[in-house]
Design a protein around this ligand. Structure first.
Ligand SMILES: [Zn+2]
Length: 424
C-alpha cells in the first residue's frame, strides 16, 4: 500500500511540478513599461510564470520548449465587455421565447472557446440570464475551454429599462419582474438586487443607466435610474467587494452613474466634456465597444435583421461611438478595453484594437488597456495583465509586431491560460 502511495506521489509530482515550459520569445511586450523586449525566454511552472531569462534558454530533458522566436508575445488579453450567453443573429429576439437555459449553456460553450482562441484569457461578462455564472465555474474547473470569467450574472434595469427581461413581450408575458429578476424601482429594490446577485454567485454589478440600442423599447439614451438608486447600488456593491459597470449612451444618465459611484461607463456614446472631466475626477473608465457600434450600424441596414423599433436607434448611436472614444481618450479619460462581443460574433474581439488605433490611440496603449488597466479594474493587478514572475501563466502570441501592424491582433496564434496551452 505504501509503495502505491509513493508511486502515485511520484506520478503526480512529475505531472504537476516536474515539467516546466520554456517559451522562447522573439519579441515580448512589457505591458508595464510599454517597451518591446527581444530574445527572452519565459519559464512556466504549473499555472505560474516563474522566471524570464535573457536569450533563448532550454530546460531539462523532461521540460517542454516552445519556439515563438518569430512571434510577438504578450500577456493574455482581457475584454471588459462580453456577453457569453448570446450571439447576434436575425432570430435572436425569438430565441428569448424558444431557448431553455440548457440551450443557452450549450451555445455559450462554443462562444467561450472562440473567445479563448482569439487570445482573450479573461473576460468580464456584462449580463445574461445567469448561465454565465455556471460558465464561469465550468471554465474554472476546466470542463469548458474558455476564458477566466468575471460575471455580472443578470444586469440590473428599471421597469421597461434596457435590461428589463420582459421588454417587448405581449401583455400576458410581461408580468412584473422585480429585484430578483434584476428590475429595480427604489432604493430598497436596489439593495436587494445587489444582494441577490451576490447570492447567485456574480462577481460584479452591471446596470443599464440609460436606454439602449438592442432592447425592444423606444429610447436609446434616456436616463433610467435616479441618482439615489445608483448610489444605493454602488454602496451595497461595495459591501460585497463588487465594482459597478454602467451601460450608458445618454449624457444625463452617464453623469448620474459617475456621480453615483460606478467604475466603468460602457459605450459612452453621447458623452459631454463635462462628463469626461467627472470621469477623470472619479477615476472612472470608459469601455469603448467600437466594434459593436460598427456592427449594429451595418446590421441595421439589412432588412428584417433587427425588430423595426431598433433600426433608427442603431443608425443614430452606432456611428458615433468611435468618435466619442477619440474625444474621451484625447481628454485623458482612462480607457478600459472592451468590445461588447455577442453583439457581433464571438472571437472577433481583436478587431477593437485597430479601431482604437484608427481613432488615435497608440497601439501599445491599446494593448496596455487590454492588459494592465483591465487587470486593475478587476482587482487582479497582481495576477494577470503582465508577464512577470509570480503572475498567472496567461500568455498569447501574434505573428507580427502589433506596433507596426495592429491587425495582427485579430489573428492570435498561440494561447496559454493558467499554464495550459490551448492553441499552438
Ligand atoms: Zn453589452
Amino acid at each position: 500500500m505504501k509503495y502505491i502511495y509513493t508511486l502515485l506521489f511520484i506520478c503526480i509530482s512529475t505531472t504537476f511540478f516536474g515539467q516546466d515550459t520554456y517559451l522562447q520569445c522573439g519579441k515580448l511586450i512589457d505591458t508595464k513599461t510599454g517597451k518591446i523586449l527581444t530574445e527572452k525566454t519565459i519559464v512556466v511552472t504549473g499555472n505560474k510564470i516563474t522566471s524570464i531569462k535573457s536569450g533563448y534558454v532550454t530546460g531539462k530533458k523532461e521540460d517542454t520548449t516552445i519556439d515563438l522566436k518569430d512571434k510577438t508575445v504578450m500577456p493574455g488579453l482581457i475584454d471588459m465587455h462580453v456577453h457569453m450567453e448570446m450571439e447576434t443573429n436575425p432570430k435572436a429576439y425569438l430565441q428569448r421565447y424558444t431557448d431553455n437555459e440548457a440551450d443557452i449553456a450549450f451555445n455559450s460553450i462554443e462562444f467561450a472557446e472562440k473567445t479563448l482562441m482569439a487570445g482573450f484569457t479573461t473576460v468580464r461578462d456584462l449580463g445574461g440570464s445567469g448561465v454565465n455564472i455556471s460558465l464561469k465555474k465550468a471554465t474554472q474547473k476546466g470542463k469548458v475551454k474558455g476564458p477566466r470569467v468575471f460575471t455580472a450574472g443578470k444586469a440590473l434595469a428599471t421597469t421597461g429599462g434596457h435590461a428589463d427581461p420582459t421588454n417587448g413581450s405581449k401583455r400576458s408575458l410581461i408580468g412584473d419582474p422585480g429585484p430578483k429578476e434584476g428590475v429595480v424601482n427604489s432604493i430598497e429594490d436596489a439593495k436587494k438586487a445587489v444582494r441577490q446577485r451576490y447570492k447567485n454567485g456574480a462577481d460584479l454589478i452591471k446596470i443599464t443607466a440609460t436606454g439602449g440600442v438592442l432592447s425592444v423599447a423606444k429610447s436609446s439614451s434616456n436616463p433610467q435610474f435616479t441618482i439615489e438608486e445608483i448610489k444605493a447600488i454602488c454602496e451595497t456593491a461595495k459591501d460585497y467587494g463588487f465594482h459597478v459597470a454602467a451601460h450608458a449612451h445618454g449624457d444625463e444618465g452617464m453623469q448620474r452613474a459617475v456621480l453615483g459611484g460606478v467604475k466603468t461607463i460602457e459605450h459612452g456614446t453621447l458623452m459631454s466634456e463635462k462628463t469626461m472631466d467627472l470621469m477623470k475626477q472619479h477615476d472612472a473608465y470608459l469601455v469603448p465597444t467600437i466594434t459593436a457600434g460598427k456592427e449594429v450600424t451595418q446590421k441595421a441596414t439589412i432588412d428584417g435583421y433587427y425588430p423595426a423599433i431598433i433600426v433608427p436607434k442603431a443608425l443614430e448611436i452606432g456611428p458615433k461611438i468611435q468618435n466619442t472614444f477619440k474625444k474621451a481618450y484625447d481628454r485623458g479619460v482612462g480607457i478600459a478595453f472592451g468590445t461588447d462581443a455577442g453583439v457581433f460574433k464571438h472571437g472577433q474581439n481583436g478587431k477593437e484594437f485597430a479601431f482604437m488605433v484608427e481613432a488615435g490611440m497608440p497601439a501599445i496603449a491599446t494593448i496596455q488597456s487590454a492588459t494592465i488597466t483591465n487587470a486593475k479594474i478587476l482587482n487582479m493587478q497582481d495576477q494577470i495583465g503582465q508577464i512577470t514572475p509570480g503572475f498567472l501563466a496567461d500568455i498569447v502570441a501574434v505573428n507580427d509586431d502589433p506596433t507596426q501592424k495592429i491587425k495582427t491582433m485579430e489573428n492570435v496564434v498561440f494561447v496559454m491560460k493558467d499554464g495550459i496551452i490551448y492553441k499552438k
